[in-house]
Design a protein around this ligand. Structure first.
Ligand code: NAP
Length: 307
C-alpha cells in the first residue's frame, strides 16, 4: 500500500519538535505539505492558507492538526469535507460539544478520525495498564508539576479561555490515568488557582473516584519548581506502581520495569497508519470530559498575577 500523505497544520513547538521527526521515522506515512499563518517548513510545500493548500496539493490523504485547541474546528470540518483523514493533537478541541459535528462527519464520510493522547503512547503505560487489569486499586495520586515559563515560553493562548491553563499538561496525566485504571473514574472535587490577570488556572487540585469509592487525588502546578515532575502513583493490593517521566518510565515495588524512552509520537503515527489501513477511527473524549468537569465543579481562587 502507498504512503499516507500527510499535511501538518499549525507549525509551532509540537509540530517541529515531535510531528516532523516522527513522520520522517515511521514507515507508511509521509509529510507532503505544511500550513501555518506565519511559518513554513524547510523542504516541505508550505502555505499560509488552508484552502489554498488543499487545492494546490490534492494528493494529501490526511491532515494532522497541531494548532491550539481553539483553532481546530473549521480546519477539522474542511479536512473531512475534502475527504481527508484527520489527526487531532491533544486536546482534540476547545469544547466537547464542537466535536460532535466532527465525529458525525468523519463517520458519514467513512474517514479515519484519531483523537491522539500522546502520553498514552509512553513506554510505561501499556505495561502499567496490563499489570493493573486484575488489581484491586486502593488509591491513586497524580503529581504533575512543571514550570510554565520553561515549557510554554511566549504561548499566550494557554492563558485564554479554551487554552486550558495548567490542564494543557494536566490533561496528559488524566489521559494516562483513564488508560491504566481498570474502572472508569469521575470528578468529585476541583480547586482551581487562577492568576488575577489570566482566564485559566495556573494550578489545580482535583479529587476523583470510581464506582468502588477509590480515593484519587491530582495536583497540577505550573509555578516554579525545583524539579519537573510528571508522576502517577497507584497503590494496589498487588503492590505499588509508579509511572514517571509522563508515562515513559515504570517501576513496581521499586523495581524498574520500563526505563523510559521517548517513542510517543512515532507510535502515534504507527497507530494512525493502522487505523487508516483498517478503515477505523480512534476517538476518546474521556480526558477532555474530566477537564470540563473540573471547570464545572471548580472552586476558583484568585492568586498572584502571572506576567
Ligand atoms: N508544546 C508541547 O510540548 C506540546 C506537547 C504535546 C502536545 N501539545 C499540544 O499541541 C498543540 C499546539 O501546542 P504548541 O506547543 O505547538 O503551540 P505553539 O507553539 O503555540 O504552536 C501552535 C501553532 O499554531 C498556529 N496557530 C493557528 N491558529 C492559532 C491561534 N488561534 N492561536 C495561536 N496559534 C495558532 C500558530 O502558528 P501560526 O501563527 O504560524 O499559524 C502556532 O505557532 C496544543 O494543543 C498543545 O496542547 C503541545
Amino acid at each position: 500500500m502507498s504512503n499516507i500523505r500527510i499535511a501538518l497544520v499549525g507549525i509551532g513547538k509540537i509540530a517541529r519538535d515531535q510531528h516532523v521527526p516522527a513522520i520522517a521515522k515511521v514507515d507508511g506515512v509521509e509529510l507532503v505539505a505544511a500550513c501555518s499563518r506565519h511559518a513554513g517548513l524547510d523542504g516541505v510545500r508550505s502555505f499560509s492558507d488552508f484552502g489554498e493548500m488543499l487545492r494546490a496539493v490534492p494528493e494529501i490523504d490526511a491532515v494532522s492538526l497541531c494548532t491550539p485547541p481553539t483553532a481546530r474546528l473549521s480546519y477539522a470540518i474542511e479536512t473531512l469535507e475534502a475527504g481527508k483523514h484527520l489527526v487531532l493533537e491533544k486536546p482534540p478541541a476547545a469544547t466537547i460539544s464542537e466535536l460532535a459535528p466532527v465525529i458525525t462527519l468523519a463517520e458519514k464520510k467513512g474517514l479515519s478520525l484519531f483523537t491522539t493522547w500522546h502520553s498514552r503512547f509512553g513506554d510505561g503505560v501499556a505495561p502499567a495498564r496490563d499489570w493493573l487489569a486484575d488489581a484491586a486499586i486502593r488509591s491513586a495520586r497524580i503529581h504533575w508539576h512543571e514550570d510554565v515559563r520553561r515549557w510554554h515560553p511566549g504561548q499566550d493562548w494557554i492563558w485564554e479561555p479554551g487554552g486550558l491553563g495548567v490542564f494543557d499538561p494536566g490533561i496528559n496525566a488524566l489521559s494516562i490515568l483513564t488508560a491504566i485504571l481498570p474502572q472508569p473514574v469521575f470528578l468529585t472535587r476541583s480547586e482551581l488557582s487562577v492568576p488575577a490577570n489570566r482566564a485559566t488556572p495556573i494550578a489545580a487540585r482535583l479529587g476523583l473516584t470510581d464506582r468502588a469509592g477509590t480515593p484519587i487525588e491530582a495536583e497540577m502546578d505550573w509555578r516554579p519548581t525545583d524539579r519537573d515532575r510528571w508522576d502517577i502513583v497507584v497503590e494496589a493490593d498487588k503492590g505499588r506502581l509508579v509511572l514517571s517521566d509522563g508515562g515513559g518510565a515504570l517501576t513496581i515495588d521499586g523495581q524498574t520495569v520500563v526505563g523510559g524512552h521517548d517513542n510517543e509520537y512515532p507510535n502515534i503515527y504507527r497507530r494512525f497508519a493502522e487505523l487508516v489501513r483498517e478503515g477505523r477511527s480512534d476517538i476518546d473524549l474521556t480526558p477532555l470530559t474530566l477537564v470540563a468537569d473540573a471547570f464545572m465543579l471548580g472552586r476558583h481562587e484568585s492568586v498572584e498575577a502571572f506576567n
